[in-house]
Write a protein that binds this ligand. Structure first.
Ligand SMILES: [Zn+2]
Length: 122
């Protein structure tokens, strides 16, 4: 009979150990989720204006910056020129392949009244 008592004792200790571990892991999970939210909030630039497939950044004076921001990850996009036409903007974010044709940006400049070097097509 003592064998079963010992067995029960060990099982109860194991349950207690697992409950503590579970509580610790739950606390870790909550801490990490809060951290991810904080990083996500910091990562996205503020004052982005939806321009359809991408974003413009609103400057302090209320005008829009003449730089497109990725429609997927909201990173600033860089002009990518190669020998092929058309020229396009590509996302500078890692592991993001979002691309924006130059003419789409010019169209958006005109639609949103953005003063940019590309606005007159030069
Ligand atoms: Zn992107």
């Amino acid at each position: 009979m003592s064998f079963f008592v010992d067995q029960l004792e060990r099982t109860l200790q194991e349950v207690e150990r697992l409950e503590k571990e579970n509580a610790r892991l739950s606390a870790d999970k909550e801490r990490l989720e809060a951290k991810i939210k904080e990083l996500e909030a910091r990562g996205a630039p503020e004052n982005l204006v939806d321009a359809g497939r991408f974003f413009f950044k609103q400057l302090d004076g209320g005008s829009l910056e003449d730089v497109p921001y990725c429609g997927v990850c909201k990173s600033p996009m860089k002009l990518h020129s190669c020998s092929d036409d058309p020229i396009e903007f590509r996302c500078a974010g890692e592991a993001c392949s979002f691309a924006l044709p130059y003419r789409d940006l010019v169209t958006a400049f005109q639609r949103y009244g953005v003063k940019g070097p590309a606005a007159d097509g030069t």
